[in-house]
Design a protein around this ligand. Structure first.
Ligand code: OOG
Ligand code: MG
Length: 257
């Protein structure tokens, strides 16, 4: 069946409850045929539930902008999710892993919007609306059992967004092909920023395209995560650290308390 309006609300509640109780839930696709418009409506209702609890939307993230992520998760469309202040972890800080179901971490490039983006201006140049970039890591925590989901499932689940940490902001520069190294526990993954659509700046253009179609506001001060450069790694207790050539290092420590 397709999802009528009350089903959209019920599925938003189901995903929100899963996150709040740290209990995974089966893929929605096991029971429903949800189209991509409905999936973004579920995502919006999910965010309304968070903002009604006092969280505010502070950024936007892209997903599946790299082959490594598409191959890892089996989804090949670029997707967009929303970041709230409650998801932000300070660089060098600690994150309580008991807030999550089965967290993973991945290396990202973050951009900072310096101007509101006029989605109705056909000539807007989104690259002139950002003024800084930084190395970053995203903590993802799919609310679906075993991280198994379809394209519409993951959009409904706010693209697995759960946490993020941003390194030192630097002036805007070309980061087309910088080496990326992330160490998590004993595991090291290496890659290049070119894995992100050939150049992370292209993620900004992909975002503008989706934001126009989905009417997602892009506002001054917001953070944009361009998408992971490598596959994600399971996050356990201990330090996770990511270094991007020329941009420096960002770290976070997983704790359980
Ligand atoms: C979905 C989120 C994908 C990225 O950077 O590609 C994503 C997931 O893998 O659970 O954030
Ligand atoms: Mg990501």
């Amino acid at each position: 069946m397709t999802a009528p309006e009350d089903t959209v609300s019920a599925l938003a509640r189901r995903l929100d409850d899963a996150a709040q109780t740290r209990t995974d839930t089966p893929s929605l696709a096991d029971e429903y045929t949800i189209d991509i418009d409905e999936a973004y409506r579920i995502q919006n209702e999910l965010l309304e539930r968070r903002t009604s609890r006092g969280e505010s939307i502070v950024g936007i993230k892209l997903g599946f902008t790299s082959q490594a992520k598409m191959a890892q998760m089996g989804v090949s469309e670029v997707i967009v999710g929303q970041l709230t202040d409650a998801m932000c972890v300070s660089n060098g800080g600690e994150v309580d892993l008991r807030k999550f179901i089965h967290p993973k971490i991945e290396p990202e490039v973050a951009y900072r919007l310096s101007k509101d983006v006029d989605l109705d201006d056909p000539n807007v140049d989104i690259e002139t609306c950002v003024d800084a970039l930084a190395p970053a890591m995203e903590i993802i925590d799919s609310r679906y059992r075993d991280f198994r989901f379809t394209y519409t499932d993951v959009v409904a689940d706010n693209t697995s967004a759960a946490g993020y940490v941003i390194g030192r902001w630097l002036p805007l520069q070309n980061v087309e092909d910088r080496s990326v190294r992330m160490e998590v526990g004993g595991e090291t993954v290496v890659g290049s920023t070119s894995a992100i659509l050939g150049d992370p700046a292209r993620a900004l253009h992909a975002l503008l395209d989706i934001a126009r179609r989905r009417r997602i506001p892009l506002r001054a001060g917001q953070v944009i995560l361009a998408g992971a450069a490598t596959a994600a790694v399971r996050l356990d207790e201990g330090v996770a650290q990511c270094t991007i050539d020329g941009l420096g290092t960002v770290t976070v420590k997983g704790v359980k308390r």
